[in-house]
Design a protein around this ligand. Sequence first.
Ligand code: CP
Ligand code: NVA
Length: 321
Amino acid sequence: MGPTPAKRDVLSVTDLADDLPHLLARARELKAARRRGRREPLLAGANVAMIFEKPSTRTRTSFEVGVNDLGGHALYLSPKDLQLGRGETIADTARVLSRYVDGIVYRAFRHADVVELARHASVPVVNALDDLEHPCQIAADLLTLHEQWDGDFSGRRLAWVGDGNNVLHSLLLGAAAVGLDLVAATPAAYRPRPEVVEAAQALARRTGANLAFTDRPADAARGADALYTDVWVSMGDEAEAAAREAAFRGFCLDDALVARAKPTAVVLHDLPAHRGQEITDSVMDGPHSVVWDQAENRLHAQKAILELLLGGRPRGRRGRR
Ligand code: CP
Ligand code: NVA
């Protein structure tokens, strides 16, 4: 038996940056195949552990269904039920799970914990959202725009209206990687982290994408090809809810903002939405909204990610003996 091939993790969008064109095309193939009722057993015999420290509707369900579609088996593990909740270390959890499963999907409060798990796991680890990034979401978002624009991001501009949070971080990196211009409008106190902006600018220099920042939603929306917003209070930020709700007044994606964008503009939201707060009902349910395609695309994009990470790896070769 030869050595197990090196494993690959997706902790950040930067881990996918070079693969995005192929990944998005592959996700579209997988989506079309599923619509025809075809599901290829690309992960036959694979077991995927899913640790979720926070609630999830889309990520959990789409990963579980995606693994199942590909002929594998997914196990949902709540930290409440794992010894992790009683003080077993992340490193030891990673070592043990690596002896059973072929991949680990992890939604965590702290990015450092996702990095720690990946460092000690001998199988691929996928970040299913943490305080810094949400890479799987952005793969689905780019897939949605790829469908809308026939795969051509050049000359397109995406406007972000809202918090400088995990979703914006991953979106900046993803847009920069595919050459999509992005203008982010956030309140001055809620800008994206400088180290993420710097990493995104480095990717943008390679692709020619233009990244810009403002605290005026109307400026960001003007002439945009797509508008994107997310909750004002992310999971883990609940203690700041009152201050955030005050700071984000004026950052609601409403009909007036949509009217500033191109007539053909599409509206994105990663969901769950707080209707009436960061987005109005009329925009969520209106003609520009592609939010349900975006939610569906989590499934197809994540299947392409799983194929990339697990597709060629032998099953059940673990440890040193
Ligand atoms: N967009 C997203 O990640 O949704 P869930 O929290 O429901 O997984
Ligand atoms: N920014 C949000 C995204 C939820 C999918 C959060 O972290 O709660």
